[in-house]
Write a protein that binds this ligand. Structure first.
Ligand code: BGC
Length: 412
């Protein structure tokens, strides 16, 4: 090699920007199932391409409650991660406490790229403090089509149909409804049922506004009653079952149906299952036109050791090709409006259609159980009351309604 070439390479190496091995960003999140990890791998690979290593800090527990507890402990100890999955109004809470790094990336300022609910979530006092990633729809039934074909049973589109199918399913040794008895799973089911029973306007008045006029409404009593009825379709093994274990039961034909957000689809995909053949999605009865959403977002903490890694992190999360690959792996929708979902699967396209329509018509339902609707204190209180009702048959629907009304009123 000529000396001049060697010198050029040497100079280029000396002045190159710090790359991969020099930089790392620790990311705290609650994606620990197979599908969630496959989706996170898409982000890790893209970040690595930009010269930043993603240092993984996963905290087990669907819905993120444990992750939030661990995050608080780390911040109190003075060792926050570089970035964390924080979602919903909690972003504002952390920003107001002064922990979050305002983000100046121009893409975040392009409001036309995102849906209005997304712009609202990521902005606090005019500053962008979170990076949006994707939009989940929660009000889904996941079904094993073979179970229905083999027993010659119709796919349930109403609650009474699902309840009526239970004896035939049980007789064939199949659990009608797969579920895990964890407070966040019970709360996810409860909010889905409230949306089904009472519709999106009532849902918002109840979970977002805690409107005194409706807190004791008979529709809440009816929702608790339905929750109890659905519990009778579950198996005695609900114990502390994780959501993905319930999904596994549906995938293997051990159970017929699961009610859960579309992260289940990411799980099925990670297990090699095909939509339409190995599993089906149907909107939860009474919610075909509704979209109960959870939007995944990340924040960056102030004063972390590698501020140079932040632009690459934002770029990764918002790059159109990553948005597409991540969404397909995770079972979710890209948060960027300019990423087409035309060649996504039927469930994703249906979710997209409903999200846009419900958004235009002002009837989107923010998930309480997934921190989109209310303060963490109210969320904890709802979890506690719904969970107690779920595990203790002596608590009547009327009592649970009154307890919830009293609590939501106090926390308004
Ligand atoms: C998050 C999803 C996650 C799910 C289950 C939701 O709160 O938005 O990204 O897959 O919880 O852990």
């Amino acid at each position: 090699m000529k000396p001049i070439v060697v010198l050029t390479i040497f100079i280029a190496m000396a002045i190159r920007p710090a790359l991969a091995t020099d930089q790392a960003l620790e990311v705290l999140h609650w994606w620990t199932s197979d599908g969630e990890q496959a989706a996170a791998d898409v982000l890790k690979a893209s970040l690595a391409e930009q010269g930043v290593a993603w240092t993984d800090y996963p905290v087990r527990g669907g819905g993120g409650d444990s992750a939030m507890a661990v995050l608080k402990a780390r911040v109190i100890a003075g060792t926050p991660p570089g970035a964390a999955q924080i979602i919903g109004p909690n972003i504002e809470h952390w920003a107001n406490l002064g922990f979050l790094q305002p983000l100046s990336d121009p893409v975040l300022n392009r409001t036309e790229l995102f849906h209005p609910v997304v712009n609202e979530l990521i902005r606090v006092d005019g500053a962008r403090v979170a990076i949006p990633l994707s939009i989940h729809r929660i009000n889904w039934l996941w079904l094993n089509p073979r179970v229905f074909q083999q027993l010659d049973l119709p796919l349930p589109t109403t609650w009474s149909q699902l309840i009526d199918l239970a004896p035939a399913l049980r007789e064939a040794g199949i659990v009608p409804l797969a579920h895990g008895n964890q407070p966040w799973q019970n709360a996810t089911l409860f909010e889905t049922l409230l949306l089904s029973v009472a519709g999106p306007t009532f849902y918002r008045r109840y979970f977002v506004e805690h409107d005194d006029a409706i807190l004791n409404d008979p529709r809440v009593v009816e929702t608790f009653r339905l929750l109890r009825e659905l519990k009778s379709l579950m198996d005695p093994g609900i114990g502390n079952r994780e959501w993905q274990e319930a999904s596994r039961m549906v995938a293997e034909g051990e159970a017929a149906v699961q009610i859960m957000g579309d992260w289940v689809k990411g799980e099925f995909r990670a297990w090699g299952l095909k939509p339409g053949e190995d599993y089906l999605c149907l909107p939860v009865p009474g919610t075909t036109e509704q979209h109960l959403y959870s939007i995944d977002t990340f924040v960056v903490f102030r004063d972390h050791p590698n501020p140079e890694a932040v632009p690459a992190f934002i770029d990764t999360l918002l790059s159109p090709s990553v948005q597409r690959a991540f969404s397909e792996a995770k079972g979710t929708l890209p948060v960027r409006r300019d990423v087409s979902v035309a060649d996504f699967d039927d469930c994703a396209r249906a979710a997209h259609h409903v999200f846009v329509q419900a958004g235009d018509e002002g009837r989107l339902a923010p998930s309480m159980a997934h921190s989109m609707a209310t303060s963490p204190e109210s969320e904890d209180a709802v979890f506690e009351i719904v969970h107690r009702f779920f595990i203790d048959a002596r608590v009547t629907p009327e009592t649970a309604t009154a307890q919830l009304a009293q609590t939501l009123r106090a926390l308004k």
